[in-house]
Design a protein around this ligand. Structure first.
Ligand SMILES: [Zn+2]
Length: 164
């Protein structure tokens, strides 16, 4: 099974210098981040954090889905989360294409019908962000003491714009 050989070789090197044993799994900096799966985003580095500091939940678009809320509630109550950042980004595929377009591209790549496949596109990114922030702020299991902010990450400058 050669598919993963390079990654496993890198992992052995990682293990030789492993620095994170003994971590307890809480967010040491009290931070949770919901952001997109986009490979241009370095979620810890962009806010000056390191492994161990934050809980990170990623999905296409950086949306507050039921699973993201599950992660945030667990984070707040069991894992030291005190600040939540919701971070979609500029030039995001799910915020700049229609579901029809993305489905057509998937269908073309797959060589088969994808019309049945749901893709959650974002029509208005700032509106969606405001709604997502409100979902967290108003959640019955997220206390008012938790700071919740909505930001848009600029993939060309590396900067966060605090939107809501
Ligand atoms: Zn994205």
């Amino acid at each position: 099974m050669p598919d993963f050989d390079d990654l496993l070789a890198a992992n052995r090197t990682f293990g030789e210098n492993f620095q994170y044993s003994g971590f307890d799994g809480v967010a040491r900096a009290g931070v949770a981040l919901v952001t997109c799966m986009d490979s241009r985003i370095a979620p810890l580095e962009m806010i000056g954090l390191s492994p161990g500091d934050a809980k990170i939940f990623r999905n296409p678009g950086g949306r507050v889905t039921p699973q993201a809320l599950e992660a945030l509630v667990l984070g707040v109550h069991l894992l030291n989360v005190k600040r939540v950042l919701i971070v979609p980004h500029t030039r995001c595929a799910v915020a700049s294409n229609s579901e029809t377009d993305l489905r057509a591209r998937v269908a073309e790549s797959a060589g088969k019908d994808a019309s049945w496949f749901p893709i959650n596109v974002v029509a208005d990114q700032k509106l969606a962000l405001a709604e997502d922030v409100q979902k967290v702020r108003s959640h019955p299991l997220v206390p008012d003491s938790v700071a919740v902010g909505g930001f848009i990450y600029d993939v060309d400058t590396g900067l966060l714009d605090h939107v809501v």
